[in-house]
Design a protein around this ligand. Structure first.
Ligand SMILES: *Cc1c(COP(=O)(O)O)cnc(C)c1O
Length: 423
């Protein structure tokens, strides 16, 4: 296929998805105004962008970033730190901060994301080696699978609930699975159920990949989640934060989590970062824009791939609550060609050919395309796939929609070349 049919197809897809993109523009405008008024209320100025050293007592950049982030999430308090190394780390700190030996954790959205299994100490295929998982500390996790319709199975949750249940956890994003992301409405319903049936239980959300995708975050009063955590090298860092994670929620819970981030007794009083917070503030400012760009890229991808006859989830016009686009290929070879084509379309390391390999924290071989400015940064265009049937590529990010559109054309070319697709 030469370029002319691609251009025609692109125009046709752009026309098809226009109404959804208009909605995303409106939401970006809403979020950006909220970010700007929040920055202004907190009087953000040059001095906040600089770092501190040593203990970091009274680090105004750090403390103000916490307050801004909390307000944007509709939460009472937040901890935003470069020292939180990943989403997994943020979630581990949050859970270990609020659970105590003998407590129980109930995960009600099915199997948690792969890297959380060693944190929780579930499904260990080998001995835990006393890693200090929740299980090692006497905190048991029960996972309640979703129903066949991918909704929360409240009957099973009710059965699994008992007096020791302390936290009910939900994963907003689909992760490496084919169920849709949990929407704000579903989270709201979950909170209402918990308030009615287990009012003493704390609700927690793994918010990775969810930030800025909908109007409000899970900790907003209109939803009511008590605590959530996420990564700054996904949506929340706006592609600019060089590393980091966050936890946001009720002040009393954040106070306890802070004792885990540093040490009991010290909590939020310390934490310096000589490099300064410029890219964190700027990342928060730009995140709504880049998330909107990436959403438009994924909507374009969904419509395009479906036009080529591939199964996609979500479809272009289905509601989205994360930035992930799943595309099913017919074979392992097609899947590998797809991921390699994403890498070939990257600004960084485009000449590198990714191959399937074991990855720490994942128990299946995974192939990853991540030609990003931030190592593993996945608000930038990236794609991952566990090498396992059904052969599904999980694609996400793209801080410019134009990059995604070009990548989609390259993917299509490679699939045709490899004989995986005929059009
Ligand atoms: C990415 C992700 C995590 C883990 O984050 P890392 O930064 O990779 O450690 C946890 N949960 C979900 C749903 C994710 O998408």
């Amino acid at each position: 296929m030469n370029d002319a049919p691609f251009q025609q197809l692109q125009l046709s897809i752009e026309e098809q998805i226009q109404s959804v993109c208009t909605h995303i523009h409106a939401q970006e405008q809403h979020h950006t105004q909220k970010v700007l008024t929040t920055f202004q209320q907190h009087g953000v100025s040059e001095r906040h962008l600089h770092g501190s050293t040593g203990y970091g007592y009274h680090d105004v950049g750090r403390d103000t970033l916490d307050r801004i982030f909390a307000q944007l999430c509709g939460a009472e308090a937040a901890i935003v730190r470069p020292h939180i190394n990943s989403g997994t780390h943020a979630i581990a700190i949050a859970l270990m901060g609020i659970l105590r030996p003998g407590d129980e954790l109930l995960y009600i959205t099915g199997e948690p994301y792969d890297t959380l299994r060693p944190v929780l100490g579930i499904h260990q295929t080998e001995p835990t080696n006393n890693l200090g998982s929740l299980r090692d500390w006497g905190i048991n996790t029960t996972v309640v699978p979703l129903t066949a319709q991918n909704t929360i199975d409240w009957t099973a949750v009710q059965k699994a609930l008992h007096t020791r249940t302390k936290v009910i956890a939900l994963q907003r994003s689909r992760g490496y699975s084919l169920r849709p992301a949990m929407t704000a409405n579903q989270l709201r319903e979950a909170v209402q159920w918990v308030r009615q049936h287990a009012p003493h239980v704390t609700t927690f959300v793994d918010n990775c990949y969810g930030e800025w995708v909908e109007r409000v975050e899970p900790t907003d009063d209109s939803i009511g989640i008590d605590l959530m955590a996420g990564s700054l090298i996904k949506n929340a860092g706006g592609g600019l934060a060089p590393t980091g994670g966050y936890i946001a929620g009720r002040a009393a819970l954040i106070e306890r989590v802070a004792q885990r981030v540093t040490a009991p007794g010290v909590g939020n009083a310390i934490g310096s970062y000589e490099g300064g917070y410029r890219s964190f503030y700027q990342g928060v400012f730009l995140a709504p824009h880049f998330v909107a760009q990436s959403l438009q890229g994924m909507i374009f991808t969904a419509a395009w791939m479906e036009r080529l006859g591939l199964w996609v989830s979500p479809r272009w016009d289905e509601p989205r609550a994360d930035i992930i686009q799943a595309i099913r290929l017919d074979s392992e070879q097609a899947l590998i060609a797809f991921i390699q084509a994403v890498q070939k379309s990257a600004p960084i390391d485009a000449h590198v050919t990714p191959i399937p390999a074991p990855v720490p924290g994942y128990d299946r071989s995974v192939i990853m395309a991540a030609g990003s400015f931030i190592q593993g940064g996945s608000l930038e265009l990236s794609a991952d796939a566990p090498i396992h049937p059904p052969y599904v590529a999980y694609m996400q990010g793209g801080v410019t929609t134009a990059h995604v559109k070009w990548a989609v054309q390259n993917i299509t070319r490679e699939l045709i070349k490899g004989g995986h697709l005929s059009i």
